[in-house]
Design a protein around this ligand. Structure first.
Ligand code: AR6
Length: 175
């Protein structure tokens, strides 16, 4: 119980096994959380991303976290919001599922997610929060290894949407 946590803050600061990056399919960096992760982690992350070569929407790949306190970065590519007509919901759920699967295959027990697709990619925040919670809850119900999944919100709006779910427990940055 209480394996899903919610904090407000900067995901690059977290001491967890894996932080998830909301990347784009080139994996070559960008703005938002992607930019923050590459800045904080240093050039080693980009070097590994270049070797991997790219990532399709809904899929996930893993690299070092470079100079950040986390062990790994899991890069996933969220869907761009086109009004809900292009399987955006399924692709967003794939991001959470595939990131968690990859984390488990790499022995990760604590995994932090940003609010994938809710920035530049324009996914409506209430719907994105619901998909995040449902998909993570479903995954955890079938997986014993993962100790905690932490939703890290940079903005108050996402925080408030996620805080509405009873299975999501508000926590401090260092708990
Ligand atoms: N820690 C946690 N969350 C953050 C941080 C941070 N340091 N910085 C921003 N956020 P976005 P997307 C939140 O735009 O919508 C990039 O250029 C932010 O408040 O980063 O999936 C990529 O290269 C928002 O709620 O990702 C892609 O091209 C959330 O992270 C594109 O943006 C996601 O916003 C991906 O767009």
């Amino acid at each position: 119980m209480d394996r899903i946590k919610l904090i407000k803050g900067d995901i690059t600061q977290l001491q967890v096994d894996a932080i998830v990056n909301a990347a784009n399919s080139s994996l070559m960096g960008g703005g938002g959380v992607d930019g923050a992760i590459h800045r904080a982690g240093g050039p080693e992350i980009l070097r590994e991303c270049r070797k991997i070569g790219g990532c399709r929407t809904g899929e996930a790949v893993i690299t070092t976290a470079g100079q950040m306190p986390a062990k790994f970065v899991i890069h996933t590519v969220g869907p761009v919001w086109y009004g809900g007509t292009k399987d955006e919901a399924e692709k967003l759920a794939d991001c959470y599922r595939n990131s968690l699967g990859l984390a488990v295959r790499n022995g990760c027990k604590t995994i932090a997610f940003p609010n994938i697709s809710t920035g530049v990619y324009g996914y409506p925040k209430p719907e994105a929060a619901q998909i995040a919670v449902e998909t993570v809850t479903q995954f955890l119900s079938q997986n014993e290894l993962v100790e905690s999944v932490i939703f890290v919100c940079f903005d108050q709006e996402n925080y408030l949407h996620l805080a509405k779910f009873p299975e999501v427990k508000a926590a401090d940055m260092d708990s």
